[in-house]
Each structure stands twice: as structure tokens, then as C-alpha cells.
Write a new protein. Sequence first.
Length: 378
Amino acid sequence: MSGSFVLAWLNRDERRMCEPLWKDCFPEDSQDFLDFYDQYKMADNEIAVIKNEAGTIISMLHLNPYTVMVCGRKLLCHYIVAVATEEPYRRMGCMARLLTQSFRRMYERQESFCYLEPANKDYYLPFGFRTAYKQSRWTLQYDEQVRLADSLAYNESHSAEAAGTALRDASEMSDRELRELASWVNARQSGRYDVYTQKTLEYWKSFMAELATSGGTLMVLCKQGRICGTFGYWVDGQSVEVLGAVAEDGMEDLLMNRILETVRIYRRKLLVSGFSCSVMPDRRDIPKPSRKIKIMVRIIHLLKYLQTIRMPETGEMILKINDPLIQENNGMFLWKRTKDGTDAEIYRGVHAPDITMDIADFAEYSLRDLNICMDEVV
């Protein structure tokens, strides 16, 4: 990389300066989406850029903050998005520099880990990222939607579950009701997952604004005034995508029927993915879902990470970790279970390590038995 290229962190007033690079690298994103991103994401995110000799931004990386629940503990983590470099400057080390500087910034704040959705997982492997979560996605053609809807409608006509139910547009709900929705989804998530993104009033407002950029919204299924399901959707090109579908136990088919009633008017291919796949019936006439890598994780502050994540095994163990990019993570650590979870400290004893691993391999090892669900787009 040329020595005249400058790495900088944009302040709030400078952040729309990266819009030309965004449009060049992500031409599929509409102006409505960019306006949403400016209002809801750039208000509190961090943007690292590299500028060329003329001061033009040629490479960028965005750190978007989320509150993530990890084994019962609330953490501030950053989701890396909008990783992009202008075509003539690719394969010159721009992104490596942005990533390592971002790691340093997050380490100094003692953040346990960061995460991203990879366009190409192989690119991020050398930087210590490893797969944490694969998302299931169902694809239903229009004729398959019709057949499923007919079957679900028949079953519903012979069930009492639908009595007293109503589907509401969350954009018409009050802040109090949206907070209730957040609490309801968080309760559902905490019972199913070890790692998930916490929902709040602000989360829903951002999510609804994001869906609206492609003609969608967030819907809430209520039964006699009580929340029993929710899903978001947006219309994207030749398809309608359903995101974040969550249902109360026993209400999965009813919610799926409401999804089909909502989206069938578009007469397009239907994609279903999100917080919970349990709304999809297990039927022979429904194609099996595809699986894609949704989230890769990179450990940032190893000691904080060890104090948060659940041990795969009982007792305690001595770890020897090698991290080529964050020097402070190199060394030996004592990892142990406590009555409240796990704890860790730098090990200064004389015993040989129980485990010797690279930081990336350790991330894979420590996450292997955890149920993870992180479905955000940006």
C-alpha cells in the first residue's frame, strides 16, 4: 500500500462522504436504503476509511454496535458491515489495515468479540474469523405457497387456535407495545439460544425502517390482546423475504398461514429465514432449506471472552493461545467454571497447557456447542 494513503475514522459530519464508494460497491442498495442507513446506523456507528493522495475514500469498514446476550450476560459487540474497496485499489492491503486497526480499537475497549456476515468466508479466515452460525433458508415457489396455504387453512378450520387472533402492523403500535414485543421475543430467544441479539424499542424502530426501504414492515400476531408471534418481510426484486419469524409454541402453523396470507398478493418466490425456523412445517411437499454461513466471529479480547463464554467441558483447563494479530491475546490462561458461569485469568503457574490453539481454532472450539442466532442485515 502506498505510504501516502491515510487511514482515518470519520466523525459524524463526515460519514456521508463514504456514500459514493457504497454506491459503487453495492449498486443493489436503493437511495431509500442509504437514507435509512444514514439515519439509523450512522447515528452511532464507527467508520474506518482509507483515503488516497487526493483525499478520496477508496476503502471503508463500518462497525455497527449491537447489544448481544452471551450465555446470560449482556455485551456490547460490533457487527462489521460495508467492507468495501474501490476496484483499482483492491489486493493492495487496504482491508487488512482497516481490520487490524479495528481490532486494536475494539481491544482497547475490552470488547469480547466482533462478527460479520461474509460475502466470501475464505477472505476472512486469515484474520482469525471462524463460522459461528449457519442460517437456514426455505424457498417456496408461488404454487408451493398456494398448496401449503390451502393445507394450513384446512387445518386451521378444524382448530380452535385461530379464535380471537388478529394480525397487526407494528408500525401502528405504540412505544409501550413495541417494548412489550421486545420483551416477548427476548424471552423466546433466551429459552432457545445461548447467543442472540437483544431486542429493544430502538431495535424495532430501526428494523421497521429497514424493512420499509423495500416495501415491507413488521407484523405482530396477537391472540385476545396477547402477543403470540411476529415476522418481518420485504419485497426484493423477484422475491419476498420473510425475516425474524418467531412463534409461541403451538402457534407455528397459524403464524405461517398468516405469513402466506400477507405475502401471496405479490405472487413471487418466497424466502423464509430469521430468528427461528420453527414456523416452517416439517412436510414432504416443502423443499428442504438451504444453509449458508450467516455469521463469522473473531475473538478480540481473549480474557474478557473467556470470562463470558460457557466452557465446553467441566472443571478447569490451562490454555495456550497464539494470536498473530492481537499480541495481548498470546500466552497462557486459566479457564474455569464457577457457580455463576465461567471465569479466567492469566496463568503464571508451571503446569503444561491442556489445550494449545491458534485464536481462530479456539473460537471454533469454544462456540461449537452453543446455540447461536444473529440475523441482522446491517
